[in-house]
Design a protein around this ligand. Structure first.
Ligand SMILES: Nc1ncnc2c1ncn2[C@@H]1O[C@H](COP(=O)(O)OP(=O)(O)OP(=O)(O)O)[C@@H](O)[C@H]1O
Ligand SMILES: [Mg+2]
Length: 270
């Protein structure tokens, strides 16, 4: 939605204010999100961290227009999402948002090419096969277009899911623990793709991770605890997924101890 009052560059992709989500379980009221304010600008690469049950997926579902908040406002690309009905929500999801899930959510016995064509079919786009092929190429799967999920590794399946999320050229990619089910090498490949899409195509990306090392590849880390944002920090020099090597666990522990006991030298335990 461009108008003369907003530069496309300065209008945030996500602008939420006072988001509350409450679940009712019989008599019990459970407030899962307790007043979240968050602005994400176009081109940002953001990770959301926080303990299990802190509300990360609940927040992602609201950001993805899969679920409505109990209270608060959400502007997605300038559109007030809370005012939309189910049909309009479905349309906005298809047009503006690409989703990537921890468990890939691919269809069984369906080729990679076909999986990636599906969102284009829903959107009624022409030239589907060609666009789907290009998206698969962009994630390094040009030679796997006819493979079914059972014929692909976990990392490759996740890359099909990323191609599917990309193919409609969304303004926003939302990924809930996209590397959660991957071994570290596949996780690294997937991070490389997200990083490249963000840096080269400026795709706004928000993802949830439990892994601090993965989070260090993004530009901004948001911490959620008990339904509130408790920290929101920029990463000064994000790691480069193509070159960064995950430290050994011993080195990682060493660094944690160094930081935790600020200034106190520790010796590696052998
Ligand atoms: N449909 C629901 N009805 C009732 N309570 C729910 C519902 N969905 C989630 N919750 C509760 O909301 C809280 C937050 O859940 P959420 O899935 O957002 O956590 P999370 O931060 O994504 O955790 P994890 O890291 O384990 O994925 C949890 O305590 C959960 O039990
Ligand atoms: Mg979750």
């Amino acid at each position: 939605m461009n108008n003369n009052h907003h530069q496309p560059d300065t209008q945030p992709v996500i602008q939420i204010q006072g988001i509350i989500k409450t679940y009712h379980l019989g008599e019990i009221e459970l407030q899962v999100l307790r007043g979240i304010d968050l602005t994400i600008q176009r081109g940002e690469f953001v990770s959301i961290m926080g303990p299990s049950g802190s509300g990360k997926s609940t927040l992602m579902n609201i950001l993805g227009a899969l679920d409505q908040p109990t209270a608060g406002t959400y502007y997605l690309d300038g559109t007030d999402v809370s005012k939309l009905g189910e049909r309009e929500l479905a349309r906005i999801r298809n047009k503006k948002i690409g989703f990537v899930f921890q468990n890939f959510n691919l269809l069984k016995r369906t080729s990679a090419l076909r999986q990636v064509e599906l969102p284009l079919m829903y959107a009624g786009v022409r030239g589907r096969a060609q666009k789907a092929r290009a998206a698969l190429e962009a994630v390094g799967l040009a030679d796997r277009v006819n493979h079914q999920p059972s014929e692909l590794s976990g990392g490759q399946q996740q890359r099909v899911a990323i191609a599917r999320a990309l193919v409609n050229e969304p303004s926003l990619i939302l990924a809930d623990e996209p590397t959660g089910n991957l071994d570290s090498r596949s996780g690294k490949e997937v991070m490389q793709i997200f990083q490249r899409l963000n840096r080269e195509q400026g795709i706004t990306t928000v993802f949830v991770t439990h892994d601090p090392w993965i989070a260090r590849h993004t530009d901004r880390v948001i911490m959620l605890r008990d339904g509130s944002i408790t920290a929101d920090q920029r990463i000064k020099s994000p790691l480069d997924a193509a070159t960064a090597e995950r430290p050994t666990e011993a080195a990682e522990l060493h660094e944690v101890l160094e930081t935790a006991y600020n200034g106190v030298k520790t010796e590696a335990v052998s």
